[in-house]
Design a binder for this molecule. Structure first.
Ligand SMILES: [Zn+2]
Ligand SMILES: [Zn+2]
Length: 494
């Protein structure tokens, strides 16, 4: 075995044992430095290549799995996982529309296996892989302590599949005493995904396991401390608030725009503001936030004036196909009109689609798309940080959004619009959860909620819908109508 392979495996072991991402990152850096010292490293534009492992030296946002994530995936798919047999092979970086040549000396089989892995890698976000890998390792070492070696399991062995199922039950039972339901459930999910990637049936189909989890949920009581949903009456009250001293005009315009657009378009915080930064100052994975040029104002003979908001990438959209959500103007409700509020903010902050806009340009090499979906630095971010009345180029901080929303709710508390203490339960998620909850309360069906909120399946909005009681008002109304129908029928008969 070549030196760097040994080193790689050593690093992998250390990494998955460690847990924290920053520790992993530090280990990664050290490993790369070591490889460089031994002359096993060469550099390419924007990244270093270590053997066949590419490590992006500069974090590039939202472009699929990166080196560290891929190594974690290696751990999951390769070394310990039943997902793929044998030891971990180096992972090629392969993006949509951008193939890279395999390392010299690879057999056709190796390349094919690698290509399959690449596709699996692209299907999930890095954080998801990290979590799976950690839990898989827990399961794998538990199995090993019971005399089962998971890396020796074979796809076509019914005995191995049953061994997994049996071990999973036992581990759930072992974890039961010390861990919360959610934690146990996460472990089961990681194992279930590995089994699925391997081509085995879902272990959750095991009736015994399902009953155990259900029992555990009852026993522990599912800890559902959900963020407050921003209901229609809250939004209306917020939009009617008057600016107070200490808040600049431009800041106030920004808050109103972000509340009404986020609420109406069911936007995730990450979709509005990006994933935020790590302690080290690097940008986190995932969506990079809304650009000015992601929003189009459509003027359609007055009647259908609207915003078209393109969410280029979301946490459930790793392929970055992008989705558009339309928000229509409300000519009667000037204060609460999303189109007007966004226009106000943009004009005060002097934001507009710039001449040098790169969105949609042809032949971009960075994203490899027919029409470029890269962040547009010419137009810049839509919802920005404002300090002392000065509009900054970077997006508003996620914690800043929560702080501002709580301040707005504190004023609603003062005015007696909402009960005291509610402000503390509000955060950026309240916008998406609020939009969904309010629309559902008004009788909008799940299919429409899912489409508007860019979910792939109709069950997506469920975890955001806080089940406002008004939703069921229609049931009483229907029953009352039926009583009226009957009494009218009787009258007619007489
Ligand atoms: Zn642009
Ligand atoms: Zn591009």
């Amino acid at each position: 075995m070549m030196d760097f392979e040994k080193e790689f495996e050593r690093q992998l072991r250390r990494r998955t044992g460690g847990g924290s991402t920053s520790a992993a990152r530090a280990a990664n850096k050290k490993a790369v430095a070591g490889a460089a010292a031994r002359g096993q490293l060469h550099r390419e534009r924007g990244s270093v290549v270590w053997g066949a492992i590419r490590v992006d030296s500069k974090k590039r946002q939202g472009r699929g799995a990166e080196a560290l994530g891929q190594e974690t995936v290696c751990e999951f798919l390769g070394q310990g996982s039943i997902g793929f047999e044998g030891r971990c092979a180096p992972v090629l970086l392969k993006r949509r529309g951008r193939d890279e040549a395999p390392p010299e000396g690879w057999t056709e089989d190796q390349v094919e296996l690698q290509e399959m892995r690449d596709m699996v890698v692209q299907s999930r976000a890095r954080g998801t892989w990290d979590a799976y890998a950690r839990w898989w390792q827990t399961f794998s070492s538990y199995a090993s302590s019971k005399g089962e070696q998971t890396h020796q399991w074979r796809r076509d062995s019914e005995r191995d599949r049953q061994a997994m199922s049996h071990l999973l039950r036992r581990l759930v039972n072992t974890m039961r005493k010390q861990y919360a339901y959610g934690t146990v459930n996460m472990m089961v999910t990681a194992v279930a995904r590995a089994a699925k990637d391997f081509g085995w049936p879902n272990p959750r189909d095991d009736d015994v396991l399902a009953a155990m989890l259900k029992g555990l949920a009852h026993l522990k009581g599912m800890n559902k401390k959900k963020q407050q949903a921003m209901l229609g009456e809250h939004v209306k009250a917020i939009m009617a608030l008057r600016k107070r001293g200490g808040v600049t005009l431009v800041q106030w315009a920004l808050l109103k725009a972000i509340v009404i657009v986020g609420w109406m378009a069911f936007l995730r915080v990450s979709e509005m503001l990006g994933g935020g930064k790590l302690k080290s100052g690097e940008l986190k994975d995932g969506p990079s936030g809304l650009d000015v040029c992601d929003v189009t104002f459509v003027t359609d003979q007055g009647a259908n004036n609207r915003l078209e908001v393109v969410v280029r990438s979301a946490k459930n959209d790793q392929a970055m196909e992008g989705h558009t959500t339309s928000v229509y103007a409300d000519e009667l409700e000037g204060e609460a009109c999303a189109v007007q509020r966004l226009r106000d903010w943009m004009s005060l902050a002097q934001l507009k689609r710039s001449k040098g806009c790169t969105k949609g340009r042809l032949g971009c090499e960075d994203c490899g798309r027919k029409k470029c979906i890269c962040d547009c630095t010419a137009c810049g971010k839509m919802f920005r940080s404002v300090t002392h009345g000065k509009v900054q180029p970077h997006p508003m901080a996620r914690s800043g959004l929560t702080r501002h929303l709580r301040a707005l709710y504190a004023r609603l508390e003062e005015d007696g619009v909402v009960p005291e203490g509610m402000a503390e339960t509000v955060s950026g998620i309240s916008l998406r959860a609020g939009g969904v909850t309010e629309a559902a309360a008004m009788g909008i069906e799940r299919e429409l909620l899912a489409g508007h909120g860019r979910w792939k399946s109709n069950s997506g909005p469920e975890q955001y819908d806080r089940q406002d009681k008004r939703k069921f008002k229609g049931v009483t109304a229907a029953l009352q109508r039926s009583l009226q129908d009957h009494s009218e029928g009787k009258k007619r008969k007489r």
